[in-house]
Design a protein around this ligand. Structure first.
Ligand code: FES
Length: 109
């Protein structure tokens, strides 16, 4: 397992990008928090293989109902990273196996 950060480092309803070791490699990832639930994904759009937050730190659409790639606007479900609209519709963000333990957010290797 890999420790990402403390739960309190991600304000409720927000997402934070970071670099973490995933399967032995340093990768750009981001973590979404909603209350006591977290979801973590590789920060890598399945359309053009670029960071989702081309505008640094901006991971959501305007009303925060979906994750949004800021390059061409693809929309992804927050819970599972499924692309519901955009050039990569039907594809997924790569989800990481994230969980909360005490005050910390971790991912399983
Ligand atoms: S690079 Fe993400 S929608 Fe095109």
């Amino acid at each position: 397992m890999t420790l990402l950060c403390k739960l309190e480092n991600i304000p409720d309803g927000n997402a934070v990008g970071m670099v973490a070791e995933v399967a032995g490699k340093k990768r750009n990832i981001f973590v979404v928090r909603r209350g006591q639930r977290v979801s973590a994904y590789l920060n890598w759009c399945p359309h053009n293989q670029v960071l989702i937050d081309q505008i640094p730190g901006q991971f959501f659409n305007h009303d925060k109902t979906y994750l949004q790639c800021s390059k061409h606007g693809a929309l992804f479900r927050i819970d599972d990273g499924f692309c519901v609209k955009g050039p990569c519709e039907g594809e997924y963000l790569k989800a990481l196996d994230s969980y909360i333990l005490g005050e910390n957010i971790l991912i399983k290797d």
